[in-house]
Ligand binder design. Structure first.
Ligand SMILES: [Ca+2]
Length: 134
């Protein structure tokens, strides 16, 4: 666990750094894709929600999580296959990160971050002086 000060540009600059963000999305995708078929099913997304929602999905009631899943598939499953491919997943990630940045707004927040949470990646990138990963 780490304590970090995060502002909205920490997040938006991370998302706008295409190489870094693409790389990050691919890593997340392969972690969430439990059966390795290159698609994320509803169950796999549900299992990955703790990572998607950096501010904590554990405390959310199950009905809310199911309705959130409904919205996610309604909106991002463009070919209506009941699963998200890498591109669709990337759109979802970008949307969530931007929503997060809007939530942070203009005033920096102090956050407790899990080592491999999304926000942590964004913060690390900022600390590294905006270098791309190898
Ligand atoms: Ca899968």
């Amino acid at each position: 666990m780490n304590i970090a000060v995060v502002n909205s540009s920490t997040v938006t600059e991370f998302v706008d750094d295409i190489a870094t963000f693409d790389n990050f999305v691919k890593n997340q995708f392969s972690m969430v894709d439990q059966n390795g078929d290159g698609l994320l099913s509803r169950d796999e997304i549900r299992g990955g929600l703790g990572k998607f929602m950096p501010l904590g999905s554990q405390s959310q009631p199950p009905e809310l999580i199911e309705s959130m899943l409904g919205c996610i598939f309604e909106r991002f499953d463009e070919d209506k296959k009941g699963a998200l491919n890498l591109n669709e997943f990337k759109c979802l990630m970008r949307e969530i990160m931007h929503a997060l940045a809007r939530g942070i707004g203009g005033s920096p927040i102090t956050a407790v971050l899990e080592q491999d949470s999304w926000l942590m990646k964004a913060v690390q990138r900022e600390f590294d002086g905006h270098k791309s990963p190898p």
